[in-house]
Design a protein around this ligand. Structure first.
Ligand code: C2E
Ligand code: MG
Ligand code: MG
Ligand code: MG
Length: 282
């Protein structure tokens, strides 16, 4: 009998490729389900004035509360969300939660202080470039009755590296809304001092990787002190991230860093916990 069906010579199945494809599908589906099921939320880490120790604002940080796996850190799911093109959706969710949180906590805050709190939000590079960003920000500022200057958008240098005219225009368009721009994780990767001059930045955040070294490593000391001096002379606000000890804080105070964000003062907390700590009864 004649064989009409071709032999297996055409079914080249690479098990690894199949497995990778399946994993991709699973993660993708997980992320989509998680977004739908509202498993993502924002935590808030207080930022304090370095000299008065007063809370002056919060950074919103994405959290994934997985039903089986528990709390998954952004270090794990942000790269996945980027890979699977879900990062804008995730960023927008955190941005909206952050604005809603600020409106709520500001209400309580205003009863005891004139001070306007700020909310820092991380902007991925696709989100930074998204055409809907400006309109969305305008909508949120209005909806949650914020003053635009209360909103701080954190970008990393990867956005600025090889920045074209479009990037610079986008930054100026954001500035025109009245929001503040912060450069996150400064001092890592390909950080360059010229970034501080060439872009309309209000705030520079010193990367946490330096904090453990400012007491012991002379070169790290010089670098951090120079960044602080330069940012100050350019009229920018400096924030030290990852401050964990009193002695780190003392050094940063001598160097006149403006603001501190670190476990020494506060860890990131849920909105509920923040409201309990700083809100009505706080
Ligand atoms: P980041 O923007 O530099 O945020 C600061 C990170 O440092 C947070 O980690 C915070 O928990 C941690 N941190 C603060 N103080 C200390 C300290 O004293 N010691 C130590 N060891 N760590 C401290 P987290 O929440 O795990 O976030 C990691 C990164 O994920 C963020 O770094 C940011 O790049 C990214 N990320 C978080 N949320 C979002 C988001 O909504 N959108 C985007 N695009 N990225 C986000
Ligand atoms: Mg940040
Ligand atoms: Mg950072
Ligand atoms: Mg970062």
């Amino acid at each position: 009998e004649q064989q009409l069906v071709p032999k297996h010579n055409v079914t080249i199945v690479d098990e690894e490729i199949v497995q990778a494809a399946n994993e991709t599908l699973t993660i993708n589906r997980n992320l989509i389900t998680a977004l739908k099921n509202e498993e993502f939320t924002a935590f808030f880490q207080p930022i304090v004035n370095a000299t008065s120790n007063q809370v002056i604002g919060f950074e919103a940080l994405a959290r994934w509360h997985h039903p089986d796996l528990g709390m998954i850190s952004p270090g794990v799911f942000i790269p996945l969300a980027e890979k699977h093109k879900l990062i804008i959706e995730l960023d927008e969710l955190v941005l909206e939660k952050a604005c809603a949180f600020l409106q709520t906590i500001q209400r309580y805050w205003s009863k005891k202080s004139q001070h306007r709190l700020t909310i820092h939000v991380n902007l991925s590079s696709p989100h930074f470039g998204a055409s809907a960003l400006i309109n969305n920000l305008q909508r949120l500022i209005k909806l949650y009755q914020l003053s635009p200057g209360q909103l701080v958008l954190e970008v990393t240098e990867s956005i600025l590296l090889g920045a074209d005219q479009e990037t610079i225009e986008r930054m100026h368009a954001l500035k025109a809304l009245g929001v503040q721009l912060a450069l996150d994780d400064f001092g890592t990767g390909y950080s360059s001092f010229s970034s501080l001059c060439n872009f309309p930045l209000d705030i520079v955040k010193l990367d946490k990787s330096y904090m453990s070294e400012i007491e012991t490593n002379e070169k790290a000391k010089t670098l951090v002190r120079s960044i602080i001096n330069m940012a100050q002379e350019l009229g920018m606000t400096t924030v030290a991230e990852g401050v964990e000890t009193a002695s780190q804080l003392r050094i940063l105070n001598v160097w006149r860093v403006d603001e501190i964000q670190g476990f020494y003062h506060f860890k990131p907390m849920s909105a509920e916990q923040a409201l309990n700590t700083f809100g009505e009864n706080g």
